[in-house]
Design a protein around this ligand. Structure first.
Ligand code: ADP
Length: 605
């Protein structure tokens, strides 16, 4: 047995392995895969055929069976080269829209035509065998294969050069290896006719194709799809759970925060008790912050947090921030300094609520992590056309942050330097939310800190400049700030404690307040022709929800002008818009914020 036979046998084993590896996987049904799948089988048949041919020419040179097997081998070579050329044309032009139709219909027909003509020539033209100086065949039918191979290879080279930019991309590797190895194989065969390498070269080309065809593992994709569906389900369940949790926690929190704030303002309460009440207020504020923080981070992670841009008064926002921070300073020996550059436009366009949230987080941290000294709130701006880049810096003389910890600052639930901070309340969510909010608004945050001396957080964010005063502002300005008449208000809530909280909070407005515990009772009152100036309606009530109650009101009392405001602990982002779309005039979240309640009363009464 000479080298050629050994090479053929090695190629057969190799081709078989490749065949089983390829077949063991599922594949996407693309044209490339169909061609590859055909070529891999064809190559296997070709190798067997070549081996048989070798044995037959060696032992039965002039027999009929040798003639048939040799012709079959020529058929194999012709088919391989035609299909391979089609493959090269396909990968070269299938990304060009106009060519796809041509390649898939007309080109297939043209190539089939050429293929059948050549096949007839191969079958009917003569073939001769040599088994003395090497084992090979020759004659007109063999020459046809040489001619077709040359034309096809030239076509491949043209395709490659027409896609000059992609010439080095991996999809041309099979062609490049076919060209280079083919020429070497032909040269060797010319010099030493006994060494036949063609089919082995083709095996190598098929091997190259296996690695260059995009070959995603379908099983893996299926598993990934299942995993993704499960993750989406889990995420939806998490969102549901969080929204329920939020509702459940906010409902009792409304009572705790409402009553403790009312008691704190009650002049009859002795100052000794006020300290404890103050602790309740602070603890409940903290709990409220945690609930909001967890909701915010989960909303951001579920891509559900939207940036809502509006026109706003920046100066006013700064004043609110300062008064809020002053309130948080308490008894601490800290001086709060404010430096707002005079060239900052008064009115800007952006998400004022989220910018406020970012600043509150930074200012609150400065207060929390500073024992004494100074906190500076500085705002500068760089104007360019109608955009103003706000540079907001919060600097403190607090405990500072260790160098190693700076990178961990924005990780969620990461609290640093716990030996120092053990007594300071926190969740480790504030800065994670701040960073994510800034990312959403295309803003940036930088931290500078010297451990033991203090920290400086600098935020930069672009906002559009609003020339003149915004429309909303004018509307607001035109609204009366004082309640001019004695109004009648109806509060509907199934939770008795929350009803009590609402009544208490409304007491100071000296209104006539009616309260009922169900949608049915609310409808009964309206049917009895009682007139109200404002209805505060809870949503999640047994039997008849607030939303259903409003629907009935709109149907039954079409002329009713009374504004109906949603009063709910269902306070996730987007809820306000949802309720406004359902026909509610306004929205008040629980725990009730006194300022918000004030706004609603002043707007509608
Ligand atoms: P929290 O304050 O609720 O713990 P944050 O995400 O706001 O969570 O802050 C994360 C950590 O970064 C804090 O636990 C604290 O260790 C550190 N940190 C944040 N701001 C400051 C600051 N101004 N000075 C010193 N350390 C700070």
């Amino acid at each position: 047995m000479n080298g050629s036979a050994i090479l053929i046998i090695a190629s057969i084993i190799y081709s078989m392995c490749l065949f089983f590896v390829y077949r063991s996987k599922q594949h996407i049904d693309t044209v490339e895969h169909k061609i590859f799948s055909f070529l891999i089988s064809l190559n296997f048949i070709g190798l067997i055929n070549e081996l048989l041919n070798y044995i037959l020419v060696l032992n039965f040179k002039d027999s009929l069976i040798t003639f048939i097997i040799s012709k079959c081998y020529l058929w194999y070579l012709l088919t391989f080269i035609i299909i391979f050329t089609y493959y090269i044309i396909y990968i070269s032009f299938s990304n060009r829209e106009r060519m796809v139709k041509f390649i898939k219909n007309k080109l297939v027909n043209i190539m089939m035509g050429i293929y059948f003509i050549c096949l007839l020539l191969v079958v009917f033209l003569p073939i001769h065998f040599c088994n003395t100086q090497g084992i090979y065949s020759y004659g007109a039918s063999v020459n046809i294969i040489y001619v077709v191979s040359t034309i096809c290879l030239l076509t491949g080279i043209i395709c490659m050069f027409l896609n000059f930019k992609n010439i080095l991309s991996k999809k041309y590797l099979p062609l490049l290896s076919f060209l280079s190895l083919g020429i070497v194989a032909m040269a060797i065969q010319k010099l030493y006719p006994s060494i036949t390498l063609t089919t082995s070269v083709e095996t190598f080309v098929v091997y190259m194709m296996y690695f260059t065809i995009e070959n995603p593992d379908i099983k893996l994709i299926e598993q990934l799809n299942i995993a993704r569906a499960k993750a989406e389900q889990a995420n939806a369940a998490k969102t549901d759970f969080l929204s329920n949790m939020s509702h459940e926690i906010r409902t009792p929190l409304n009572a705790i925060m409402g009553f403790s704030n009312i008691l704190l303002e009650d002049k009859k309460i002795p100052s000794s008790a006020k300290e404890e009440i103050n602790d309740i207020v602070m603890a409940s504020d903290n709990l409220f912050e945690i609930v909001n923080g967890i909701l915010d981070i989960s909303k951001i992670e579920a891509n559900k947090l939207e940036i809502v841009n509006n026109e706003y008064d920046f100066t006013k926002l700064c004043q609110e921030l300062i008064s809020l921070t002053k309130g948080r300073l308490g008894e601490k020996p800290i001086t709060l300094k404010m430096a707002i550059a005079p060239d900052i436009p008064k009115y800007l366009y952006g998400d004022s609520q989220r910018i406020k949230q970012v600043c509150i987080n930074l200012l609150t941290n400065a207060v929390k992590y500073t024992k004494e000294g100074e906190i500076t709130f500085q705002v500068d701006c760089i104007r360019k056309n109608d955009v103003c880049r706000l540079i907001i810096a919060v600097e403190d003389t607090g405990i500072g942050i260790k160098k190693d910890n700076i990178n961990k600052l924005f990780n969620k639930f990461e609290r640093l330097d716990l030996e120092e901070n053990i007594t300071i309340e926190g969740t480790g969510l504030g800065l994670a939310i701040t960073k994510k909010l800034l990312d959403l608004m295309n803003g940036k945050i930088v931290v500078q800190s010297v451990y033991g001396k203090g920290s400086k957080f600098t935020v930069s964010i672009d906002q559009k400049i609003v020339e003149g005063s915004p429309k909303q502002e004018e509307v607001k300005k035109s609204k009366p700030k004082k309640i001019t008449k004695k109004g009648r208000i109806l509060v509907v809530d199934d939770n008795l404690i929350n009803l009590k909280v609402a009544e208490k909070l409304l007491e100071s407005y000296h209104l006539q307040i009616d309260s009922v515990t169900s949608g049915d009772e609310c409808l009964k009152l309206l049917r009895s022709k009682k007139k109200y100036d404002l209805i505060l309606l809870d949503d999640m009530m047994p039997k008849l929800s607030g939303t259903e109650t409003l629907k009935i009101i709109r149907k039954e009392f079409q002329d009713l002008k009374t504004p109906v405001v949603m009063l709910t602990a269902n306070a996730l982002t987007g809820m306000k818009e949802k309720y406004l779309n359902l026909g509610f005039k306004d929205y008040l979240a629980k725990p009730i914020d006194k300022q918000e309640l004030d706004r609603i009363i002043k707007t509608y009464l």
